[in-house]
Design a protein around this ligand. Structure first.
Ligand SMILES: O=C(O)CCC(=O)C(=O)O
Length: 260
């Protein structure tokens, strides 16, 4: 799947891009079921909210055939290759379920700060591409972005909290006051969201009865492999083989076979 020049221009301008309806309802159903199955298991790669609800399932493409197959899908790999201009490896893979009523916030941050400071990633030549497993509304914990904030480069942060480098709130206020209005990345289930490693973003809690499950793949240029990992392998992978995109039919057929 290739981006059009208009989509590339929009991404370069805003630092994020939503591609509607990329995955079919059947494929999304398979991904939802798999997310539900894996998050029932207690394992160190699955981080939980205070009440035990799943918050992030890291590295599940390493043990789930469904997510492994997804991680090679051309609909994810090719647009990122197009923007980064090089072969990619998977730096991180995760599912964030943002469960109904209890899904907690992700404070404002830039992802590249963590990749650089904690993993030793040289440059912001890595990015997230995400698949919505539910309809994402403004109310159920959608990601919010400050459009154009990726052009500010990496913004230093206070000491890390909860293994994350959240931004100083005064800096967020200044960026929002002097920049563009905050935008919310909404879309139907099956839509795809791409965003730059330096895009300033965060998400509110989910107090609605509607879950907001999102799968994220962080692809990095192979030449941009991390040099000084300090986080566990399931969070910052240390195998740097290039991903070879497989045509979308592979995942679609696999999803159909699971449906029986
Ligand atoms: O899933 C979310 O709501 C936010 C996730 C996020 O911002 C991140 O993992 O960098």
């Amino acid at each position: 799947m290739k981006l059009t020049q208009a989509q590339i221009d929009q991404y370069n301008d805003s630092g994020f891009l939503v591609l509607p309806d990329v995955f079919s309802a059947g494929e999304v159903d398979v991904l939802r079921r798999e997310a539900a199955d894996i998050t029932q298991v207690q394992r160190p790669e699955i981080w939980r909210e205070k009440n035990g609800a799943p918050r992030t399932a890291f590295g599940c493409h390493k043990y789930s055939d469904v997510f492994r197959t997804l991680s090679f899908d051309a609909r994810l790999v090719q647009p990122v290759e197009q923007l980064i201009g090089e072969s990619l490896y998977i730096h991180q893979f995760k599912v964030n379920p943002k469960v109904a009523f209890d899904g907690d916030t992700f404070p404002w941050h830039q992802d590249f700060v963590t990749w650089h400071e904690d993993d030793g990633m040289p440059e912001a030549r890595a990015m997230n591409i995400a698949i919505f497993l539910d309809d994402v509304f403004t109310t159920n914990g959608a990601l919010m972005f400050v459009p154009g904030s990726h052009k500010l480069g990496m913004i230093p942060t206070s000491p890390k909290e909860n293994n994350r480098r959240w931004m100083d709130l005064g800096r967020v206020e200044e960026i929002v006051r002097t920049g563009s209005d905050i935008e919310v990345a909404t879309g139907r289930a099956g839509s795809v969201l791409m965003f730059h490693g330096n895009a300033v973003h965060g998400s509110a809690g989910n107090m609605t009865p509607l879950p907001r499950r999102i799968v994220y793949v962080t692809y990095s240029a192979v030449s941009n492999a991390i040099r000084k990992p300090t986080r566990p392998e399931f969070i910052a992978h240390q195998t740097f083989e290039p991903v070879h995109a497989v045509p979308p039919d592979a995942f679609a057929e696999y999803a159909n076979s699971l449906h029986g």
